[in-house]
Design a protein around this ligand. Structure first.
Ligand SMILES: NC(=O)c1ccc[n+]([C@@H]2O[C@H](COP(=O)([O-])OP(=O)(O)OC[C@H]3O[C@@H](n4cnc5c(N)ncnc54)[C@H](O)[C@@H]3O)[C@@H](O)[C@H]2O)c1
Ligand SMILES: [Mg+2]
Ligand SMILES: [Mg+2]
Ligand SMILES: [Mg+2]
Ligand SMILES: [Zn+2]
Length: 459
């Protein structure tokens, strides 16, 4: 083989890898059809096409490469598979594609059977249809539609019934769903707050049969949530189901819902909580009225500054919180802390509210330093989680420490420690509670720790 031929081959390989990295599906397909041997080859970076597609979030390219039979278990010089790369960069749709347990990935990657980075409270089962919020006529018509679904909240807790599914995805609690006829008297009461949540997402047309297609011509059901101050016991009698209740401890009880229902509750509870806390205008203290299906409050005082221009006081709040898993400079230990209120032996990631005029990276560094005395260098975003207690957005990061001495802020943290990887694996995968207990899987703290362990699972 001449050197000219060799470089032509190399050039083709680099073109192929570049197409995968850019997400150019048609070029990837053409090159593979002509030269199937390209599929698992690595370029000078030591990365395969699948790794590059996984790095840059190109789902279609990853799918095509798998279809052509590429090897998803090959590793780069840092011993990362394409799955590890997709997970690290937060491309959960690709991680899901690569991590399906059926083909043995679960054996290699302990977390592969759990949707990576699809955090609890984050599944969107409703299409929010924000454009409809200003359409009063449509909203009113939908409120009395017999297909419309209502969730009933009392004191910001949704009515649920206890079930024993035995399946963590399905949950041990189910939302009680109501129809217009069952709640129409509540809708008339001035103290009731009713918000529009969205319409049920339709299934993809290609997967539906012809009878389903005819059905889908009518609009899918619309969902609303109601918060009422009516007597809770009387409200429970409205439900046809048994074992109904309004959970007393949202922090604990709302974690028992299915992934789908948790997503709806995250949205509903945060917006309802905003209405219950912001009934007066933050600018002039005047009375306000609800608008836009519950996504706006406007001041009734015609002189109020908040009526001129756009003001964030008129819209529902989201409070950003950084939550970080701080990794020791040796790469093999992580920093976890415990608050006095935590259950015995539970340690979690450090967390704190982002302050005005602060970047996420700075908030991670400041809160870590305040709470543990540890100085942090590089910060990497991983994934986020709506946390409706009442309306936090937990922004999950990995961070690397540049100092290791711990000095806790005793006002907030009782103890913080470096935990070796082995102890974390024992607690996370073997359920060993002798050293420490990790928060439940529904928390982003748990998922960050899992992410760190899985990232390095085949090192
Ligand atoms: N889902 C999870 O895995 C997870 C884990 C840890 C914490 N959290 C949530 O993150 C939140 C913040 O964490 P933290 O308590 O460590 O924060 P933090 O370290 O900033 O300390 C909290 C204190 O900050 C002050 N504060 C500043 N802005 C605030 C705001 N907008 N709302 C309330 N208090 C504010 C208050 O004095 C409060 O006591 C907690 O309330 C908790 O609900 C969730
Ligand atoms: Mg904190
Ligand atoms: Mg703090
Ligand atoms: Mg703080
Ligand atoms: Zn006002």
């Amino acid at each position: 083989m001449t050197s000219l031929q060799l470089s032509a081959k190399e050039e083709m390989l680099e073109t192929f890898l570049d197409a995968a990295a850019r997400g150019d599906l048609s070029q990837v397909s053409t090159l593979l059809s002509n030269t199937p041997s390209l599929i698992n080859q690595t370029g000078h970076s030591g990365w395969t096409a699948l790794m590059l597609a996984a790095r840059n979030g190109h789902h279609h390219v990853a799918e095509k490469l798998l279809l052509f039979g590429c090897d998803k278990f090959s590793v780069n010089s840092s011993s990362q598979t394409a799955y590890d790369i997709a997970t690290f960069w937060g491309h959960r749709h690709i991680a899901g594609l690569l991590g399906r347990a059926a083909d043995g990935c679960g054996r290699i990657l302990p977390g592969a059977d759990l949707h990576p980075h699809e955090n609890y409270f984050s599944r969107e089962t409703l299409d929010r249809q924000s454009g409809r919020r200003t359409d009063k006529v449509w909203l009113e018509a939908k409120q009395s539609d017999s297909e419309t679904v209502y969730l009933l909240f009392s004191n910001l807790s949704p009515m649920v019934r206890t079930v024993c599914s035995g399946n963590t995805e399905q949950g041990d609690m189910k939302l009680c769903l109501f129809r217009f006829e069952e709640v129409k008297d509540l809708l008339q009461k001035p103290s009731t707050v009713t918000i529009f949540l969205g319409i049920e997402k339709t299934k993809s047309p290609s997967s539906s049969s012809s009878s389903e297609k005819a059905e889908s011509l009518s609009e899918p059901p619309v969902w609303f949530a109601i918060n009422t101050d009516e007597d809770a016991a009387a409200l429970l009698e409205r439900c046809r189901e048994k074992n109904c209740s309004f959970p007393r401890s949202p922090n604990r009880d709302l974690l028992k819902l299915s992934e789908e229902e948790a997503g709806v509750v995250a949205q509903a509870r945060s917006v309802l909580a905003w209405h219950s806390r912001y009934s007066f205008c933050p600018t002039c203290g005047g009375a306000t009225k609800m608008e836009e299906g519950g996504y706006k409050r406007s001041c009734l005082n015609s002189e109020c500054r908040s009526l001129q221009g756009v003001h964030n006081t008129c819209y529902p709040r989201v409070d950003p919180v950084v939550i970080m898993l701080v990794i020791h400079p040796d790469g093999n230990q992580c920093l976890l802390g415990r608050k006095k209120v935590f259950p015995v032996r539970m340690f979690s990631c450090l967390a704190g509210f982002v302050e005005p005029g602060e970047t996420l990276e700075e908030a991670v560094r400041r809160e870590t330093e305040e709470e543990s005395g540890v100085t942090v260098g590089p910060v990497q975003y991983v994934s986020c989680q709506p946390w409706p207690m009442p309306s936090n957005l937990m922004i999950g990061c990995l961070a690397v420490a540049v100092s290791t001495d711990i000095k806790v802020d005793e006002k907030e943290i009782e103890e913080a420690r470096w935990f070796p990887r082995q102890q974390v694996i024992d607690s996370l995968f073997r359920g060993d509670r002798s050293v420490f207990v990790i928060p439940p899987r529904q928390t982003i703290a748990h998922q960050l720790v899992r992410h760190w362990i899985c990232m390095n699972s085949n090192l």
